[in-house]
Design a protein around this ligand. Structure first.
Ligand code: 2DT
Ligand code: MG
Length: 207
């Protein structure tokens, strides 16, 4: 049986990732393809609840430690992801290890190499959509909320880090386009991957 594809959306805050994930899952399902949405951090697990409190600034945590928790939150979901992928379900994931690296490496004293290590060996996405938003334009969208990392200065550093993480599996989508236009481009590209030759076993990230 064909496995499902692992598709990830990445980008700075307010680029439109959650909207595009939802629309892509709905469109794939409407075409009769098994697809499910996931997001990281997954704030429903024990680890995810701690991450949630940290992001909501209800608690403080040492930076290396919280980085490892974000990674652990992905690893704890790997058996679930493998199961669905093996059953032929495509997963559309809102943020993944690239967010982990881009955000922590935006903090003082962190480099990309250290930040990547805990996620080395995760299932490698077949396709990563990078929703490319110009930060001046992002500022015009709804105001940032109250969560940690939601500031323009921090997002600028995050964007520079994303630039250094680009891989051949990345597709850049211009996030200044309309929701529908972005969706149509994403669906076209995603369908080619979902219907195309998917390497089995899956490759591992950053190996
Ligand atoms: P959402 O607003 O998408 O829920 O993200 N983050 C995310 C990290 O710092 N490390 C990670 O590994 C991941 C997945 C990005 C909440 C914030 O958490 C950041 C924004
Ligand atoms: Mg957020």
């Amino acid at each position: 049986m064909r496995r499902g594809a692992l598709i990830v959306f990445e980008g700075c805050d307010r680029a439109g990732k959650s909207t595009q994930c939802r629309k892509l899952v709905e469109a794939l399902q409407a075409k009769g393809k098994a697809a499910e949405a996931m997001r990281f951090p997954d704030r429903t697990t024990v680890i995810g609840k701690t991450i949630g409190s940290y992001l909501e600034k209800k608690m403080e945590m040492q930076d290396n430690a919280v980085h490892l928790l974000f990674s652990a939150n992905r690893w704890e979901l790997v058996p679930y992801m493998q199961k669905l992928l093996n059953q032929g379900t495509t997963l559309v994931v809102d943020r993944y290890a690239y967010s982990g690296v881009a955000f922590t490496a935006a903090k003082q004293g962190f480099d990309l190499h250290w930040c990547k290590q805990p996620d080395v060996g995760l299932p490698k996405p077949d396709l990563v959509f990078f929703l490319d938003i110009n930060l001046e334009e992002a500022e015009q969208r709804d105001d940032f909320g109250e969560e940690r990392y939601e500031s323009t200065l921090f997002q600028k550093k995050v964007k520079d880090n994303y630039d250094q993480l680009k891989e051949s599996t990345w597709e850049f989508l211009d996030a200044s386009q309309s929701i529908e236009d972005i969706h149509c481009s994403a669906l076209d590209i995603a369908e080619d991957i979902v219907d195309g030759e998917l390497c089995t076993p899956m490759e591992k990230l950053w190996i």
